[in-house]
Structures are given as structure tokens and as C-alpha cells.
Ligand binder design. Structure first.
Ligand SMILES: [Zn+2]
Ligand SMILES: [Zn+2]
Length: 210
């Protein structure tokens, strides 16, 4: 697990309790090693991310961490109850500035309320996808960039999903699929469209998880 620290990292700032976007940056839930925050630029209400406190590039080794898996289960249920069943994914970047990441070098795991499956859309990309348990990603990716997608509820023992080892990086891969499916292509790039008001609504709706 490669790691580095940076003063410029937005997620590290949030870890240090610097909430420059107000409530949008305020974690809705925290555990010793993780926090849960609404995703900036979310064009779907209820979009949140689990973020490790440590600045690392991808989640691969954390998928084996009990604390993470317990938290993922809890957040899945909470989002399902508040907004409907979520899909989950990670843009696994293996180095700083990798185009596979979604513009953030700090690992994070997305939950997006979305009733439809994205499996057909993944198939249509004609990229090779393999069934994979999240805890196997470290071995399978061997330090390369990857994309991981899951739509089945996590259990305490595993998160089942689909893995693609990236050959040709595409930035914000899953965001782009969701943007297309929801007619939000024009605002799919969160750097140009942070959609702070929408993110704020999600933040307010989800405060108070204990
Ligand atoms: Zn960071
Ligand atoms: Zn991402």
C-alpha cells in the first residue's frame, strides 16, 4: 500500500477537520480509521463515500479490514433506508495523478442510491470484467489501477463485485456511466460542477447516524 501525505489533498483537509465547504465537508459518520462524507458533484441525492483517514491511493488493502467491512454494511443499510438501494464502486488509482482516479489522489469508496444495475453498461464497455470479492483485489491488481463495482449488499465476511484491471485509464468511469443513465452528461465533471447545494441536501438528510 503506497502512501504519501499532501497538504493539498481535500480529503486530508477534512480529516484534519478543515471544513472549507461547511456542512458538505462535515463527516456524517466517523470510526477510528474512516469517515463518511457526502460526495461533491453528486448529481444523485444520497451519494456518499467512505474515506480512510490515512492518505493512500486505493482501497485494495482496506477491503480486508473488519472495521471497513462493518462500516460498509452499516452505510449500505443507512443509504438504502434513506434513499433506496445503492450501487457501490471504486476508481482504484495506483499512483498520484493517475487518470483512473476521479481527480482525488486519496482513496474512497462510493455509495450511490440507484435502483438499476450497471452490469449491462459494464458489459457494453467491452472491457474485461471478472467476478471478484473485494478482499481479493490486492492479489489480483498487483499494484495496477483497477475499477471495482458492487451491487449486492455487503456482508460481514465479504463484498462481492466485479473487477476490471485498467489498461487504458478513463477518468471518472462510473460517474460517467451514471451521468449518461440519468441524463446528466453535461454536468458529469464534478470539478466544473461541484453541485454544492445538492451535496448539502444529502449532508443535511444524513446527519445524525450513530
Ligand atoms: Zn489525502
Ligand atoms: Zn471516486
Amino acid at each position: 500500500m503506497k502512501s504519501t501525505t499532501t497538504d493539498l489533498c481535500r480529503l486530508c483537509s477534512i480529516v484534519k477537520s478543515r471544513h472549507i465547504n461547511g456542512i458538505v465537508d462535515k463527516p456524517i459518520h466517523e470510526t477510528p480509521n474512516y469517515m463518511v462524507i457526502p460526495s461533491i458533484g453528486a448529481f444523485i441525492d444520497g451519494w456518499v463515500m467512505i474515506v480512510p483517514r490515512k492518505h493512500i491511493y486505493d482501497m485494495s488493502e482496506l477491503y480486508e479490514d473488519d472495521e471497513f467491512v462493518r462500516l460498509a454494511l452499516k452505510i449500505y443499510k443507512y443509504i438504502e433506508e434513506k434513499f433506496g438501494r445503492p450501487v457501490m464502486f471504486e476508481h482504484g488509482a495506483s499512483y498520484s495523478g493517475s487518470p483512473t482516479g476521479c481527480g482525488v489522489d486519496h482513496a474512497h469508496f462510493h455509495f450511490v442510491p440507484f435502483v438499476e444495475s450497471l452490469l449491462e453498461d459494464l458489459k457494453e464497455t467491452r472491457l474485461p470484467w471478472q467476478k471478484c470479492i473485494a478482499s481479493e483485489i490486492t492479489n489480483k491488481s498487483c499494484g495496477r489501477d483497477y475499477l471495482f463495482y458492487s451491487e449486492t449488499p455487503p456482508t460481514l465476511s465479504k463484498i462481492n463485485g466485479y473487477l476490471h484491471i485498467v489498461d487504458r485509464p478513463v477518468s471518472q468511469f462510473f460517474r460517467k456511466i451514471l451521468a449518461r443513465k440519468t441524463g446528466n452528461e453535461l454536468i458529469s465533471d464534478y470539478k466544473n460542477f461541484p453541485l454544492l447545494e445538492k451535496t448539502q441536501r444529502t449532508a443535511l438528510e444524513l446527519q445524525g447516524l450513530s
